[in-house]
Design a protein around this ligand. Structure first.
Ligand code: FAD
Length: 417
């Protein structure tokens, strides 16, 4: 079959490999000049620092000093380690800088002969169903129109900034920057900086900005902390030209810049709403978070977040390829829809916000194993779960220094089993 893969990041590369190895005729479309997706660091930033309507969008959201927040032995594709047996080096730190991840992905593409499958600077602009989803008409920015039997959407979801609306924020006269356009902490030297958002990026960026700024006001906490060089406060209720205003604890704070670490949104502008929709950052309807019940030759690889992405994406790609080849028999479209709805409703009933429905966290092991069982593949090994747990505890215990703290579990070599 002819398979189109949209994107040459980690998800696209592993999907391309999976389908090619299953004997299909694969093409990867990549809008950028390089493979690697988010890991292809770009030092320049957009003209709209909030990233909402830049003249020339920049894809990557990573910053200069970024080191991985997962140890490489966890991060790696299961059969391609981050050392000399795979695409890395054993003298790299266990939490290496972003450039090492790009090298690893470039080596992955080279080693598995994927580069020749990629068409660069070719942005997919539309994917339309033909013959009720038995075939797909793919149009690109290069003016190509190509017909495929299968489409794997691997377009990433850390590039379109999500902005928290705060009353009056547009009146602020200093710079307002989304973390998508944050690159270096020295840009904030001597400033009072408000950082909004307490997720993974917020936690990392606060640490490095605090080393240069005069003061950091970190907003998004339930309980305010005493005033120090990093001062934790709730979200502001209001912002004006120069100040953030807090009803609780009833004060105002002057700042020079506002840095939004408020996350990203899914976007699939090339897909018609009749196929799948993004509703409050939840992509629906999808069975197993991969295929739409009515369009099982269209697969979305890489949607789950708060996961160990590379091995999970590899299993999703394996599952999707097995569905396409008929090695996995899916329930009927109506049954898949009902199952997907029931699963999401149970999460909603348990208090999960709609925009967090793709957040797997603790559920990632069950999710991975469900796909593995369908495919007849080995379940997640014990070492993996144990290392994931220890890495998470270490990150929570020491957010500023976990990357340089040794883990008690020795570095794992995936090929050793
Ligand atoms: P991406 O890497 O985003 O790749 C998507 C690709 O699709 C891009 O190359 C893009 O140009 C292309 N594309 C998009 N739309 C189109 C189109 N219409 N046509 C053609 N091409 C298109 N993960 C870890 O494992 N460890 C970490 O330490 C870690 N740190 C992170 C830190 C930050 C700040 C962020 C934002 C993410 C981090 N991640 C980390 C998660 C990271 O996103 C995943 O590791 C992974 O790289 C995502 O791969 P992907 O292929 O799904 O998406």
């Amino acid at each position: 079959m002819k398979v189109a893969v949209i994107g040459a990041g980690a998800a696209g590369l592993v999907s391309g490999r999976e389908f090619r190895d299953a004997g299909h005729d694969v093409r990867l479309f990549e809008q950028g000049k390089r493979l690697g997706g988010i890991w292809a660091y770009e030092s320049q930033v957009e003209d709209d620092l909030l990233g909402l309507s830049p003249t020339t969008p920049i894809y990557s959201s990573i910053y200069d000093n970024l080191r991985t927040n997962l140890p490489t032995d966890l991060m790696a594709f299961m059969d391609y380690p981050f050392d000399e047996d795979g695409g890395g080096r054993s003298d790299w730190p266990r939490y290496p800088p972003h450039s090492c991840v790009l090298t690893y992905l470039e080596n992955f593409a080279r080693n598995f002969e994927l580069e020749s499958l990629i068409t660069f600077e070719s942005k997919v602009e539309s994917v339309e169903s033909e013959q009720a989803g038995q075939s797909w008409r793919v149009s690109t920015s290069q003016g190509e129109i190509v017909h495929f039997d299968v489409v794997a959407v691997c377009n990433g979801h850390f590039s379109k900034p999500r902005l928290l609306q705060i009353e009056g924020a547009e009146k602020f006269t200093g710079p307002r920057i989304h973390s998508h356009n944050y690159r270096r902490p020295d840009a904030f030297a001597g400033q009072r900086v408000a950082v909004i958002g307490t997720g993974a990026s917020g936690a990392d960026i606060v640490q490095e900005v605090a080393r240069h700024a005069k003061e950091v006001i970190w907003c998004g906490f339930e309980e305010p902390s005493p005033r120090r060089s990093v001062w934790c406060l709730p979200l502001p209720d209001r912002i004006d030209a120069t100040h953030l205003y807090f009803t609780d604890p009833g004060q105002s704070v002057a700042v020079d810049s506002i840095l939004y670490c408020t996350g990203y949104e899914y976007q699939m502008p090339f897909l018609d709403d009749a196929l799948v929709q993004v509703q409050d950052n939840f992509v629906t309807p999808l069975y197993r978070d991969i295929v739409a019940p009515a369009w099982t030759r269209l697969g979305l690889i890489g949607l789950p977040f708060l996961v160990v992405p590379f091995p999970l994406y590899a299993m999703q790609a394996k599952w999707f390829a097995a569905v396409v080849d008929g090695r996995i028999q899916l329930p009927s479209a109506d049954e898949m829809l009902a199952l997907a709805q029931a699963e999401k409703q149970a999460l909603r009933n348990a208090g999960v916000k709609q925009r967090h429905l793709h957040r797997l966290g603790e559920r990632q092991e069950d999710y991975y194993n469900a796909l593995a069982r369908d495919c007849g593949e080995p379940l997640l090994p014990l070492w993996f779960s144990e290392l994931a747990r220890e890495a998470q505890e270490s990150r929570q215990r020491n957010p500023a220094g976990f990357r340089d703290e040794p883990l008690s579990i020795p570095r794992h070599k995936p090929l050793a089993g």
